[in-house]
Design a protein. Structure first.
Length: 365
């Protein structure tokens, strides 16, 4: 089966998925760019992984406003059994969608997630419906994404759920890390606290780490809070100083392999986002058996977390502080959260992600 994906950039999780999918079909991927001009975004895939499928890069730097006519020509006149569009908001893929509509050409639309925005303009909604509502079938990450797609014209019967992940089966722990093991990892990282809360992400407003800092006033002094992802902003330092929080620590950006020991040492994971499309770091924290707390604007948390008390309203640092206090002080409760998270995440793998896609492709042959 000759399968084509059109996407913007070779993000590591997508490259891993394509590598797995290529075991089942003759896969070609058109990348609009090899990398981004944003120096804070680092892609650490390797050539061996990407060589498992036919990857074609059309530009060195990705530019969402640029129409790449060679892509359009190769897609329209190419010999492919299945075509998957991965986004509507680049000029190239938007134009392809409109051409598919004119030519009555079947295609799949896949999205990494989606949240319906409040107070969206009528013009925005019109264009989104025009670009999203015409696919033959849709690949959706879950309930929140279903609602997003349906709101812009997708028919429910044309939506297929797929596992969205950054994990291979080997990445997921089979058992919860014991207190003794966590203590050893804390020693390795020179952590002086009995328990720690970690957050991982870029130090930008939408990630909500200011709320995590404020919530720390509810925590006992033997609980440390480590926020990993860069140099602290003046706002973060100001909040820390005003509240006299000696247990708040900032760690620079770490690669995935470097983060591993932090996940194993941690006792709770928090993503206080104000609006993620998905939130793959939730998958990663769950795969290490961590209790996870996030907001009602995080689709990954809304779709994956069984324990809904671990989802708090955006910006509510009081609720966040109280649930972190409860988890940090009640070992039985923390163990239940850890167990539930491992049970949910154990099948959320690249291996299953590829099989789910192939099942859908074969269904429509």
């Amino acid at each position: 089966m000759k399968t084509l994906f059109i996407t913007n950039l070779p993000s590591p999780y997508r490259v891993n998925f394509f590598s797995e999918l290529s075991k089942y079909c003759e896969l070609t991927v058109f990348f609009e760019g090899r990398r981004t001009k944003d120096k804070e975004i680092i892609f650490n895939w390797n050539d061996k992984t990407i060589s498992s499928f036919k990857a074609i890069f059309f530009n060195e730097f990705f530019d969402e406003y640029k129409v790449i006519f060679p892509i359009i020509k190769k897609v329209i006149f190419g010999d492919f059994d299945k075509i998957v569009i991965s986004t509507y908001n680049t000029r190239t893929q938007s134009l392809l969608i409109l051409l598919f509509k004119i030519l009555n050409k079947n295609y799949y639309f896949e999205t990494d997630g989606g949240l319906i925005r409040d107070n969206e303009s009528k013009l925005n909604k019109f264009f989104k419906r025009l670009l999203i509502g015409n696919a033959k079938s849709y690949f959706s990450t879950g309930d929140q994404c279903d609602k997003y797609l349906i709101s812009y014209g997708a028919k429910p019967e044309n939506i297929t759920r797929y596992t969205f992940t950054s994990l291979f089966k080997k990445d997921i722990l089979k058992n919860i890390v014991s207190k003794e093991e966590k203590s050893k990892f804390k020693t390795e990282l020179h952590i002086p606290y009995e328990k720690i809360v970690i957050g991982v992400g870029r130090f930008i407003n939408i990630k909500g780490f200011d709320i995590l800092i404020k919530s720390s006033i509810f925590l006992d002094k033997n609980v440390g809070v480590y926020i990993i992802g860069g140099n602290p902003t003046e706002e973060y330092l100001d909040i820390k100083n005003k509240l006299n929080l000696s247990n708040i620590h900032f760690i620079d950006f770490l690669l995935k392999d470097e983060l591993e020991v932090w996940f194993l040492a941690a006792d709770i994971f928090v993503l206080p986002t104000r609006g993620d499309v998905w939130g793959l770091v939730i998958n990663e924290a769950m795969s290490k058996g961590l209790p996870v707390v996030t907001t009602d604007k995080c689709p990954a948390g809304l779709d994956l977390l069984m324990d809904k008390e671990c989802i708090f309203p955006v910006d509510d640092y009081v609720y966040l502080g109280k649930i972190l206090k409860k988890i940090s002080e009640d070992d039985d409760y923390a163990h239940k959260l850890s167990f539930n998270n491992l049970q949910v995440i154990k099948n959320k793998t690249f291996e299953n992600m590829a099989i789910e896609h192939m099942n859908e492709f074969r269904k429509n042959d």
